[in-house]
Design a protein around this ligand. Structure first.
Ligand code: FES
Length: 315
């Protein structure tokens, strides 16, 4: 793992907000202010084995003294959430990166439509808070199994009032993409939640005439495509003209690093966005969960994505 500022933050508050979701408020042990962030940003939390997990900041971006995240216990996960819930008690130290935002609000939007699925509410809550504070036009759909299992529901209700629609499947109100209508001018759609929800929403929105630039999504799962068979390809660095071969057995990131190209990395699973770089030509096979649709024409995530033929990187 390379070059991303990691801070040791103290757990000032740790409390369960649903049966399986722990809210953590993190502060710097000595500094009154933490690096600034904007709604939609996440931090990396580094586990004792060096692996990292991404968590969206769900507090108030205007409050610089602490970061708030919510960690859901993933029973089928890789153990990171279980370790966090058991170990990050009040007073413990957590290794946390500076915030990064791959899911920012569009400044030019005239109306914002936000969709949260379950724990995907975390960035949506920060967005709703920012939009409400700015007096912006917005609406939120929140989908979950039931009200008691929906994290941060009361906070979202307080911020949104009538602008919030709740969809609780146990109450017979299951959210479907059909709840989304054709876009108004300069309307932007933001969705955070399970892959299936995001894929359905994106496909439906595109079919209704939303442009890729108007659709913003945040997925916390890497792409599952076990049937994918990697193939060799070539890469050219536009600054030097250097050509490198990427064998099927390696990643583009590994090849770049092996040839001394400085790359920021963190998750190495296509989720965090640390290694994103630009390309100017080539047929990219995108396999990440971080780039927005509109970015895919010129940006690539080299820890997971590949190409056909030759890819020219703006490096
Ligand atoms: S290292 Fe996280 S997306 Fe590549």
């Amino acid at each position: 793992m390379s070059a991303r500022l990691i801070m040791k933050l103290r757990v000032a508050e740790a409390r369960f907000i649903t049966d399986d979701t722990l809210l953590l408020r993190l502060v710097h042990p000595s500094r009154p202010q933490l690096p600034a962030w904007t709604a939609g940003a996440h931090v990396d939390l580094v586990l004792p084995d060096g692996k990292v997990r991404q968590y969206s900041l769900c507090g108030d971006p205007a409050e610089r003294g602490s970061y708030t995240i919510a960690v859901k216990r993933e029973e089928a996960g890789r153990g990171g959430s279980a370790w966090i819930q058991e170990s990050l008690v009040e007073g413990a130290l957590a290794h946390v990166s500076a915030p990064r935002n791959n899911f920012a609000l569009a400044e030019t939007a005239s109306h914002h439509l936000l969709v949260a699925g379950g724990i995907g509410v975390t960035p949506i809550l920060a967005m709703a808070r920012s939009l409400a504070a700015a007096g912006a036009s917005f609406r939120v759909h929140y989908c979950a199994r039931s009200a008691p299992t929906a994290p941060l529901l009361e906070e979202l209700r307080d911020i949104c009032g009538e602008r919030l629609s709740c969809w609780f499947s146990e109450d017979g109100r299951r959210f479907t993409a059909a709840a989304i209508e054709a876009p108004r001018d300069e309307e932007h759609l933001y969705a955070c939640g399970p892959l299936g929800l995001i894929d359905d929403l994106t496909a439906h929105a595109l079919s209704l005439g939303w442009s890729p630039e108007q659709i913003h999504a945040e997925k916390f799962q890497a792409l599952r495509d076990e049937d994918f068979i990697p193939e060799d390809f070539e890469v050219e660095l536009s600054s030097t003209g250097q050509r490198l071969h990427v064998p099927a057995s390696s990643t583009l990131l590994a090849v770049l690093q092996a040839h001394g190209v400085p790359m920021r990395t963190s998750c190495e699973t296509g989720i965090c966005g640390s290694c994103i770089c630009d390309y100017s030509a080539g047929d990219v096979i995108h396999r990440d969960a971080v780039l927005q649709l509109a970015e895919r024409s010129h940006r690539v995530v080299p820890c997971v994505s590949r190409a056909r033929g030759t890819l020219t990187l703006a490096l």
